[in-house]
Design a protein around this ligand. Structure first.
Ligand SMILES: [Zn+2]
Length: 215
């Protein structure tokens, strides 16, 4: 349950106290900023001795407005806890990256093995045969990498992924506990300190991490 802001443990008053979550959410602002960019355009720059115009590139500055999001310095100090993602096993990542490469290799490979089937007039193979080869190439180049990806995730790295899911679950619970604590945090702008509602411990915003209890 999220408690309302309580008295500041330093000045014992509530009049300058705000919830950290509200301060954080209001710490973003978007403004439009003027951006200049220079492009070179070809233009007549003079004339040569024969009277013909000469061309050269002339810098031209264009102005445009772009939206830029800012965060106040205080808001950045009061960031909520971030959920850590447990990465895939390295070996699995490498194999999954190789799958598209395998797909391309399987697709391109047979095409170079059977050049007589493709585009050379004279041999004139049966259309059905060409289609069969193309279909089997597509099937191989999609099917095999998909199969490899599936086996990698479900078979070769099954144990590693079960362990990873457990870690992720643990990390998720830890993050939720930190988030519940963060939602109780308050900030007193008179004392420039952060504290948890109903707690006597107060720290400067730079040391927000010290407010979390590991329980
Ligand atoms: Zn205070």
């Amino acid at each position: 349950m999220i408690q309302p802001p309580g008295n500041c443990p330093v000045c014992k008053r509530i009049d300058f106290v705000q919830k950290v979550s509200a301060l954080y959410h209001n710490s973003f602002s978007t403004t439009t900023e003027l951006q200049t960019s220079t492009t070179f355009v070809s233009s007549v720059t003079g004339s040569d001795s024969a009277g013909n115009p000469t061309y050269g590139s002339v810098p031209q500055t264009t102005y445009s407005t772009v939206p830029v999001t800012h965060q106040t310095r205080l808001g950045a100090l009061l960031n909520p806890p971030q959920l850590k993602k447990i990465p895939l096993p390295v070996g699995e990542k490498i194999i999954l990256w190789l799958c598209p490469v395998l797909a391309i290799a399987l697709y391109v490979g047979p095409a170079s093995l059977f050049p007589h089937l493709f585009g050379r007039s004279g041999t004139n193979p049966a259309i059905a045969l060409v289609l069969l080869v193309i279909f089997s190439m597509c099937g191989l180049s999609i099917g095999l990498p998909v199969l490899l990806g599936f086996l990698t995730h479900r078979v070769f790295f099954r144990r590693a992924n079960e362990h990873r899911r457990e870690l992720q679950q643990h990390e998720q619970e830890h993050w939720q506990s930190l988030l519940r604590q963060w939602e109780q945090f308050c900030y007193c702008s008179r004392c420039d300190c952060v504290f948890s509602s109903g707690d006597e411990k107060a720290v400067p915003p730079q040391q927000l991490q010290r407010l979390y209890s590991s329980g």
